[in-house]
Design a protein around this ligand. Sequence first.
Ligand code: ZN
Length: 71
Amino acid sequence: MALINCIDCSKNISDKAHTCPECGCPIQHTLAEIKKAKEKKEKNKLAELDALKQFLYFTIGFMILYYLFIY
Ligand SMILES: [Zn+2]
């Protein structure tokens, strides 16, 4: 069990609680949404890294071919 801050009233509440005892804000639902958004962000980051890697490989490969043709 961990204590988290309520998003609505920022009181310390258990992350196992379904709703905030102070303001009734739905905790599990909010946590799930935050987790989802985080995962989506990380996925986007990974996709960006993959694109960068592909670009680097292409550039390096092109440079090697270029040098092979020149010399
Ligand atoms: Zn609250």
